[in-house]
Every structure is written in C-alpha cells, then in structure tokens.
Design a protein. Structure first.
Length: 254
C-alpha cells in the first residue's frame, strides 16, 4: 500500500437524536459495493432490503442485482453499478460525503463522510476496522425514524403504559437503544470482510509456495538424476575394473 490510501469514514443516521453513528477505516481501492457490506455490519442492519448510494454530484449507484426480479418502480434501472465505483472516486477529498439509503419503505438515510486519510504505516489492525461509535442500530422494519422514536419512548415508559405495551410486543427483550460494542463490531468485520489487497497477498503467497515447491521438486529430480548417473558411471567403472582384472589374472589356457 502507498501512503494515504486508507480512508477514515464516519456514518450517521439522519433525523435521529441522540446520534447513531460509527467511524471506521477502509481501503480506498474497494468499491461502493464493498462499502455497502461494511455499512450493514458496522451499523447492525441485516441486509434484508434494497439500498442505493447518491453521490455528491447527484448520480445514483446501486447493486446491479436489484434491478431484476420484481424490483421495478424504485428508479434503480438508470443507476450506476456500485461495484464499478471505488471509494477513491466517491471521496476525492476530506469532508467529501455521500448519501446511503437502506430500506426504501422505512427510509433509513445515512450520511457517510470522509473524516481523514490515514497512512497505512501507522496502522496495525486489519482493514476494515471500526474505531468509534455510539448507540444501537434501530430495529429492522420499525417504521423509520418516527417509528424508532416511538419504540424508544415506549421502552422508557415501560409495559405499564397501555400504548407502550402494545408497541413493545414485537420488540426483542434484550434490545437496548443505548448499547454499542466496538469489540463486537470488529469481530463481525474480521469474520465477514477480507480486503482485496489481502486476498491478492494470499494469492501471491500461494503462487510463491507453488513455485518454491516446483523448484524443490525440480531440484530433487535433478539430484536424483545426477545420483543415478553417478551410480551408473561408478557401476560401469567398477564393472570395467573387474573385467580388466579378470583378464589380467585369468589363468592362461594351455
């Protein structure tokens, strides 16, 4: 890696207070498609709905696979392919930002901005890697920011409130809006994400190992041939010596 090709990005959900946000580091050469996967993991979504990116110049990008299979009508047909746009292009300078929308029904809008460029030489953790954040992700299908706020209020009021009791029937018992674990997020990133550069390095290592193995095999074969040749030559010499001795010392026939 060359200096400066690691981006420190911050993502924040719009229209929610207190803020739900995450900050993480990611290689600049990966695509918006890769960023989608990382955003799902760091935020805590389950990738159960459609999504799209809106770039700073107004262009939109989404997963090409979303344009088929009955998803017409969402305006995705004219979108760019998210796998063809790198983060280096999407975030040309510090403070550059884009919009990431997930679940068009609930309308979860995330603002993603470039906070800083990081020298890879200063990093020790594998990428992508989360460095900060606050508060739990909203529940899937909770009705967008308005529905989320209603759930938070119901949790605060408790099941004693008749209105809150009805709303909380489908909310998971262990859901805490204030909970956030940086450690758990990084465990997910480590489990599900592997940088393309790491894959290339792994491939190079495998190729190098194969080449080394081939060289070793070739050397062994050459060594075996040489050994066999030496043995053959030694055998010939030994045989020749034996024949010469026999001729010399053979008793003369009368």
């Amino acid at each position: 890696m060359v200096a400066g090709n690691v981006l420190e990005l911050e993502v924040e959900l719009e229209w929610i207070e207190p803020r739900i946000w995450r900050r993480f580091r990611i290689p600049s050469e990966v695509s918006l498609g890769d960023l989608h996967v990382v955003l799902q993991l760091v935020m805590g979504w389950t990738d159960s709905h459609l999504h799209m990116f809106q770039l700073r110049d107004g262009r939109r990008a989404s997963d090409a696979g979303q344009r088929f299979g009955g998803f017409e009508g969402f305006g995705l047909e004219e979108d760019l392919d998210e796998d063809e746009i790198s983060l280096a292009e999407a975030f040309p300078r510090v403070r550059s930002k884009l919009l990431y929308e997930y679940d068009f029904g609930d309308g979860w809008r995330h603002v993603v901005r470039l906070v800083a460029r990081v020298d890879p030489a200063d990093l020790s953790d594998p990428l992508p890697h989360a460095v900060a954040g606050a508060r739990a992700c909203p529940l899937e299908d909770s009705g967008g920011p308005g529905g989320y706020e209603a759930i938070v209020q119901a949790l605060a009021d408790g099941p004693e409130d008749e209105w809150a009791e009805g709303l909380l029937e489908w909310v998971e018992d262990d859901y805490d809006p204030e909970e956030f674990s940086l450690h758990e997020v990084n465990k997910l990133l480590k489990r599900y994400c592997q940088p393309k550069t790491a894959k290339k390095k792994t491939a190079k290592k495998k190729t190098a190992k194969k080449k080394t193995a081939k060289k070793k095999m070739a050397k062994k074969k050459t060594a075996k041939k040489k050994t066999a040749k030496k043995k053959k030559t030694a055998k010939k010499k030994k045989t020749a010596k034996k024949k010469k001795a026999q001729w010399t010392w053979a008793p003369k026939s009368s």
